[in-house]
Design a binder for this molecule. Structure first.
Ligand code: V0D
Length: 245
């Protein structure tokens, strides 16, 4: 019934979000404030990911979806894009053993076809290695954009209609859902955005229809386990309020 040891922190199982999505914003600004390169901020952001994965696992969160690279990010300076695209390889080289030990299953959403072959190979390898893990499912949104995702889904549905596999009169929300990258995932219960901005930036527009939003000014590299616990606690309070009416 209660998941954490300390009673003051205890959250009831039904109040823990099953699926948390996070926009990990503020890495570049974190570095610039310290006179470091933006790329160093992104590297520092990896350490926060590791902490949050562990916290989420401990809290029995089932799914964690991290917005790591949007379709807009290609517009950044070439050198920054290059370091960012190496991060999955670096991350997995260091932390795949830890993901295995923590029973984490890795999954990717987004159009990974334009990513460099070394990135795709590392992803493929890690997804395969973790495929039988049944703990936390960790989804990385890579080269992800929500409007594009919906357009692609509509194209696929159009094809099905044309081929006579689907009739327009029976086409419903579930059909469209099944053609999104998130097919098979539950909709997120909680969205966290760090770094001070309060917008969605083309992330999971369809899937966040009923999601609770939690914004923080803390830059992603500074986002602590305590901050994560606050987000979970606020989520629990909102749920209890709904329960009361
Ligand atoms: C930069 C802060 C881990 C946010 C964290 C390619 C932006 C560091 C990954 C990663 C990025 C992705 C897939 C995977 C394992 C790790 C990552 C990108 C950016 C975009 F299987 N951090 N990270 N991917 N950043």
């Amino acid at each position: 019934m209660f998941q954490q040891k300390k009673p003051e922190q205890a959250l009831r199982v039904e109040e823990v979000p099953s699926h948390i999505a996070i926009i990990m914003d503020g890495n570049g600004r974190w570095a610039e404030k310290r006179g470091m390169s933006r790329s160093e901020g992104h590297k520092k952001g990896i350490e926060t990911i590791v902490q949050v994965v562990e916290s989420a696992s401990e809290a029995s969160v089932e799914q964690l979806t991290l917005y790591a690279f949007s379709t807009e990010n290609w517009k950044r300076p070439k050198s920054e894009v290059e370091t960012i695209l190496r991060l999955p390889v670096e991350f997995l080289k260091t932390y795949l053993p830890r993901l295995m030990a923590e029973n984490v299953r890795l999954h990717v959403i987004g159009d990974i076809r334009p990513l460099p072959v070394y990135t795709r190979q590392a992803l493929k390898y890690a997804i395969d290695r973790t495929k039988n893990n049944d703990g936390l499912q960790l989804n990385f949104a890579l080269n992800y954009g929500s409007r594009n995702e919906m357009v692609e889904a509509v194209k696929e549905l159009y094809r099905e209609v044309q081929e006579g596999k689907l009739s327009l009169s029976e086409l419903n929300e579930e059909h469209l859902s099944k053609h999104l990258y998130t097919s098979g995932l539950e909709d997120p219960d909680l969205l966290i955005r760090t770094g001070g901005e309060k917008r969605l930036s083309n992330f999971l527009l369809w899937q966040l229809a009923y999601t609770e939003f939690w914004f923080s000014d803390v830059l992603w590299p500074d986002f602590s386990n305590q901050d994560f616990a606050s987000a979970l606690e606020d989520f629990g309070k909102r749920k209890r309020r709904y329960g009361a009416v």
